[in-house]
Design a protein around this ligand. Structure first.
Ligand SMILES: NC(=O)c1ccc[n+]([C@@H]2O[C@H](COP(=O)([O-])OP(=O)(O)OC[C@H]3O[C@@H](n4cnc5c(N)ncnc54)[C@H](OP(=O)(O)O)[C@@H]3O)[C@@H](O)[C@H]2O)c1
Length: 244
């Protein structure tokens, strides 16, 4: 018996990067996975999962848009019947100096990174079993030590940490646990343009001596999404190799 056998897991932003690793890991733990992305469908991730003997299907939708979220969750529930695990991983990080900040940038960062957590959790809520469910949000280590050029991104993720604690409080009585992971620099498309000297410096400052791979974050998510974390809720787990 695998620890997520019989479970239905939804992973937003799982066509690539950290989300793809989370989808593959939850499927390896026995879950049937809804692989959600905005543009290109996550067919390659579904194929990986099926090749490994797991079950998955790809869905597209914009998690920052209420109508799209409603249609997305309806499609997932029509296909799989319910939701046991929701991983709110989809996110974008746009660099802007303080002088370049404007309302459009602020609104986009908060819509994709923060509102999506509200909209997806709310839409999934009626479809969690009566016995409860698990939500795992993806925050960032920058919440603990913000870097230059990512102020609004960091604020949007600090709000995700606040939502994690507040939702855990409110949904705990229904048996729904809500936690987060907070990765530091992880090798994905999001960090592919960082200069080599920045990456070398980050690696040198990381006690465990390397940068994170998506699988390092995915394994922590799999723990929080499982019954092994049954007494953990309202927490944000730093997955940073000790960097913070
Ligand atoms: N990489 C890091 O170093 C790092 C560190 C800390 C936190 N994080 C957080 O970890 C999460 C995953 O990051 P990543 O590096 O794996 O990113 P990534 O490689 O850029 O992948 C982002 C994923 O999110 C999806 N997505 C973006 N906007 C969406 C929307 N509006 N609706 C639905 N899906 C959307 C993308 O789908 P499309 O391909 O269709 O656009 C893609 O599947 C993000 O929340 C990020 O902020 C990353």
């Amino acid at each position: 018996m695998k620890r997520l056998d019989q479970k239905i897991a939804v992973v937003t932003g799982s066509s690539r990067g950290i989300g793809a690793a989370i989808a593959r890991r939850l499927a390896a733990d026995g879950a049937t996975v809804a692989v959600v992305s905005r543009q290109a469908p996550g067919d390659a991730v579904v194929a990986d999962i099926e090749r490994a003997g797991g079950r998955a299907a790809a869905f597209t939708g914009d998690v920052s848009d209420a109508a799209s979220v409603a249609a997305l969750v309806r499609g997932i529930v029509d296909r799989f019947g319910r939701i046991d695990v929701l991983v709110n991983n989809a996110g974008i990080a746009e660099y802007r100096s303080v002088g370049e900040l404007d309302r459009a940038h602020f609104d986009t960062q908060f819509a994709v990174n923060t509102w999506s957590v509200v909209a997806m959790t709310q839409a999934a809520l009626p479809h969690f079993p009566k016995t409860g469910g698990h939500v795992v949000n993806v925050s960032t280590s920058l919440v603990h030590s913000p870097g230059t050029g990512l102020s609004v991104y960091t604020a949007s993720k600090a709000a995700v940490d606040a939502l994690t604690r507040a939702f855990a409080e409110e949904l705990g009585p229904r048996g729904i646990r809500v936690n987060a992971v907070a990765p530091h620099i992880t090798r994905t498309d999001m960090t592919a343009d960082l200069p080599p000297d920045v990456l070398a410096d980050e690696q040198a400052r990381t006690p465990l001596g390397r940068l994170a791979e998506p699988e390092d974050v995915a394994d922590a998510v799999a723990f929080l999404a499982s019954n092994d974390a049954r007494w953990v809720t309202g927490r944000s787990l730093l997955t940073d190799g000790g960097r913070m």
